[in-house]
Design a protein around this ligand. Structure first.
Ligand SMILES: [Zn+2]
Length: 70
């Protein structure tokens, strides 16, 4: 269990699953935008992957990954 670094409210477990390093809740993280996409690296289940927009290489890789999956 983790609490938000800004508003001290509890960060949902589902958020921690996709963003294990996050220090803020959904509301507070709105300030710091992420690029997110569903990645289907298994046939049965997709997962949401988030990268920082300033990380151009990661965005490029993610875009390619998503396009390949469809
Ligand atoms: Zn918060």
């Amino acid at each position: 269990m983790r609490t938000c670094a800004r508003c001290k409210s509890m960060i949902p477990t589902s958020r921690l699953e996709v963003l294990p390093e996050t220090q803020t809740c959904v509301t507070c993280s709105g300030v710091q935008k992420y690029v997110g996409a569903m990645v289907y690296d298994h046939k049965t289940a997709g997962r949401v992957v988030f990268v920082r927009p300033e990380n151009k290489q990661a965005v490029h890789t993610l875009t390619r990954f998503v396009n390949r999956g469809r």
